[in-house]
Design a binder for this molecule. Structure first.
Ligand SMILES: C[S@@+](CC[C@H](N)C(=O)[O-])C[C@H]1O[C@@H](n2cnc3c(N)ncnc32)[C@H](O)[C@@H]1O
Length: 387
């Protein structure tokens, strides 16, 4: 209080200044003034709410939570506070907590359309704070087409996925099983979900934060609630190097590699997966923008420990570890806009044609991607149809 009277401003005026800074995007200044106000009024709900929002806007959701929880505790019928807290909880993968709080507030205040919308939306489909591969959403349609190609076999379709992250690609497999086949399926998901050794992977911080603080795994668990009954998912928590050998003796019809993208890890994954892929089965993976015969091998090797680098003399990026691993193991492979696939035949590996196969739009992805998938799959003309 004393410091405020010293500068000749009332608490209300300081709050208005902080708000003006916040609205102007001057987050540091706003944070400073809210911090100042909280020293004097630690339980004030508006100040706590706004301080929480500043933390969230600064990309620090864990720091936002205590402020937002305090705001909701002090103003339990304030829907703005409730929506802010739910938003941060969902962003961090605490979906159950978010829904419980939203339902409690909804019951207490007798109904609010925004709360109801939040509850319905998240009860009906999975939500991903971040999606991998947004630059090429049509890859999901090619992935589902591989599932369609398995529709005629007997027993469960056995799928192995390396690198599951938040479960978005798992959802692609699982919904394709449900919509494009009559068969049940078993899907094994391998991922350490901890980010403990991300330093060596050079993800550029893009997904590291979600792995390190446990968000990715919490979101993955939420995704599991939306897996169709016909699909059984097994979570195998650990790096592929340690988990793949434990699968010795088992056989899979479809194996998807989207874990570590470095060399020689990709090559080691391919060698280990070769031992558990059934004859006639397909192995596939993400992020093959350039094949080994299309790049200078020395350049790829020089960047083998980088997740991705710029394409030589062109637009976009490529993943040197994927290029090296796939190129050394198979030679040229079939590629569908960066999604590669090879079939294990009696005499060795062969390329995969998807002519005759039907793919699916990834309906668990935001709607804005659906048209792009339709357009690009239509332009490619490599599938028989798209659901
Ligand atoms: C690009 S993300 C996968 C995205 C996911 N397939 C999707 O489409 O939603 C890469 C994932 O691989 C995992 N990963 C990294 N190294 C791995 C390893 N050696 N074994 C298994 N998973 C690994 C990371 O933890 C991360 O979750």
């Amino acid at each position: 209080m004393n410091r405020m009277t010293e500068v000749g401003l009332t608490p209300h005026q300081v709050f208005q200044q902080a708000l003006a800074h916040q609205n102007a995007g001057e987050l540091d200044r706003a944070e400073h003034l809210y911090g100042f106000l909280l020293e004097c009024f630690p339980d004030n709900p508006d100040v706590n709410h706004n301080m929480g929002m500043i933390q969230a806007l600064k990309g620090r959701p864990a720091r936002a939570l205590p402020y937002l929880k305090l705001a909701v505790a002090a103003g339990p019928d304030n829907v703005e506070y409730g929506l802010s807290l739910a938003g941060v909880l969902i962003q961090m993968g605490y979906m159950d907590d978010a829904l419980e709080m939203a339902r409690g507030m909804q019951a207490a205040i007798g109904g609010d359309s925004r709360l109801l919308d939040l509850i319905r939306r998240n009860e009906s489909r999975p939500w991903f704070p971040v999606l991998q591969g947004v630059h090429a959403p049509e890859r999901q349609a090619y992935m589902s087409a591989l599932v369609h190609m398995q529709r005629r076999g007997q027993g469960p379709i056995r799928i192995l996925e390396v690198g599951s992250f938040m479960g978005a690609s798992l959802m692609t497999w699982a919904t394709a099983v449900e919509r494009l086949t009559d068969r049940p399926a078993e899907i094994c998901c391998i991922d350490p979900w901890d980010g403990g050794d991300l330093g060596q992977y050079d993800y550029g911080g893009s997904i590291g934060q979600y792995l390190e603080d446990g968000t990715a795994h919490r979101v993955f668990r939420n995704t599991l609630k939306f897996i169709p009954d016909r699909v059984v998912v097994t979570e195998m928590r650990g790096q592929s190097q340690e988990m793949l050998p434990t699968l010795a003796g088992r056989r899979f019809d479809l194996i998807y590699l989207d874990g570590c993208h470095l060399h020689p890890e990709v090559l080691c994954d391919l060698q280990a997966c070769d031992g558990v892929l059934a004859e006639g089965g397909v192995i596939c993976g993400d992020d093959l923008e350039l094949q080994l015969h299309q790049v200078d091998g020395a350049l790829a090797l020089a960047n083998a420990r980088k997740d991705s680098v710029g394409c030589p003399g062109g637009d976009g990026i490529f993943h040197p570890g994927v290029t090296l691993g796939v190129g050394r193991f198979f030679g040229p492979v079939s590629v569908y806009r960066g999604f590669w696939a090879m079939r294990k035949a009696a005499g060795g590996y062969e390329q995969v044609s998807m002519a005759g196969a039907v793919g699916m739009i990834p309906y668990h992805w935001p709607e804005e991607f659906h048209d792009m998938v339709r357009r690009n799959i239509g332009a490619d003309g490599l599938l028989a149809g798209l659901l």
